[in-house]
Design a protein around this ligand. Structure first.
Ligand SMILES: [Ca+2]
Length: 352
């Protein structure tokens, strides 16, 4: 307590009363000489938080006592960035599917699906989002609520901001986490992955602030231990990402040997994770795909529906025509393997 009071008296006070500008820079500089760099960084976070409207009580109760989380920093340091994996090499999807669409994932997904069947139906009516896909995302993100992460979110995010490789991103997520506390979420509940994804949907704090939803109608959007709230929040995310009601995420297709792949190359360069989108063909209607000789296997899509081709393992292996809803799943986690695996698991869960 003495340490906290001391800390507050020196620097955090400036943040609490909302001072900014040269006087604060001066106090940071003074702190840097007398205190650890971590203490100085916490002062920076406190000031940023106050500037962005976090309540002073929230800052005072949560920021000064934070410890650095070396484990989160190690994880971030060894994480291959999405951009650096862009080698053009095609990895086979089947081993990934074998790991992620296991018999256990399917049977536990089905059990959850039928446990919540009525609630999921009504959620589907309200949002238009396929509830088997919600279940499959919940399964992929947390193994149906079993693994939601034990990192203290504030400490993990602050440590990653301190480490600095993606400082701006982690600082804004740190402040969003403080805002969740402002909204009444207890600090102890803010646990998650080393990178700051939290709760059943594994939302980053800024996404939790914006999109968490109340699925069971009790007035609270508790994504941490209410399954229906978690599922409803995933539905909100997908709807926000452009989900179209009553359209399948995609269909497996047989590709004719005559297909001219050069003629269907997409010329759009995606802003976000271009190496993922580079593998998608351009959009054509299902009628156009059929006229090129594509044969949907199993269910189909309406003639007027737009779809693009993905051959995850290259020509000659299983191919898929994928819709806007596949893109919504990609928005959740920008990896073709992830989105394919969610789709395949969803189909297995819903199969009667
Ligand atoms: Ca609720």
């Amino acid at each position: 307590m003495k340490r906290l009071a001391n800390w507050l008296s020196v620097g955090l006070l400036a943040a609490l009363v909302g001072i900014s500008g040269p006087s604060v820079s001066g106090s940071i500089a003074a702190l840097a000489q007398t205190r650890s760099a971590w203490d100085t960084y916490k002062l920076r976070l406190a000031i940023l938080a106050r500037q962005q409207g976090v309540r002073p009580e929230t800052v005072a109760a949560n920021v000064p006592g934070m410890s650095i989380n070396q484990s989160a920093i190690r994880m971030e340091a060894t994480e291959p960035g999405a951009a650096t994996t862009s080698t053009g090499q095609v990895f086979a999807i089947s081993p990934y599917l074998r790991r992620h669409v296991t018999a256990s994932m399917i049977s536990r997904g089905r059990a959850n699906y039928y446990d919540h069947y009525n609630a999921l139906r009504s959620l589907e009516q309200r949002t238009g989002v396929d509830s088997a896909v919600l279940m499959a995302i919940w399964g992929h993100e947390t193994s149906y609520g079993e693994v939601t992460g034990n990192y203290d979110l504030l400490e993990a995010l602050a440590s990653l901001g301190y480490y600095g490789r993606r400082r701006e991103f982690f600082e804004s997520e740190f402040i969003a986490a403080l805002k969740l506390i402002d909204q009444g979420v207890p600090r102890w509940r803010l646990k998650g992955s080393w990178a700051g994804a939290t709760g059943y949907p594994q939302f980053m704090p800024s996404v939790a602030l914006r999109l968490r939803a109340d699925g069971d109608g009790d007035g609270y959007a508790n994504i941490w231990n209410d399954e229906l709230d978690g599922l409803a929040s995933i539905a909100m995310y997908l709807r926000d990402a452009g989900w179209k009601a009553n359209v399948a995420w995609g269909v497996p297709v047989r590709v004719p040997a005559t297909l001219n792949r050069q003629a269907i190359v997409s010329r759009v360069i995606a802003q976000r994770c271009p190496q993922v989108f580079r593998r998608h063909s351009r959009w054509l209607t299902m009628r156009e795909w059929r006229s090129l000789g594509m044969v949907p296997l199993g269910r189909s899509l309406p003639d007027t529906e737009l779809a693009f081709l993905l051959e995850p393992d290259g020509p000659g292996s299983t191919a898929y025509l994928l819709t806007a809803n596949y893109r919504a799943i990609l928005d959740y986690n920008c990896s073709n393997f992830y989105a394919m695996s969610v789709g395949v698991l969803a189909d297995a869960i819903a199969r009667r």
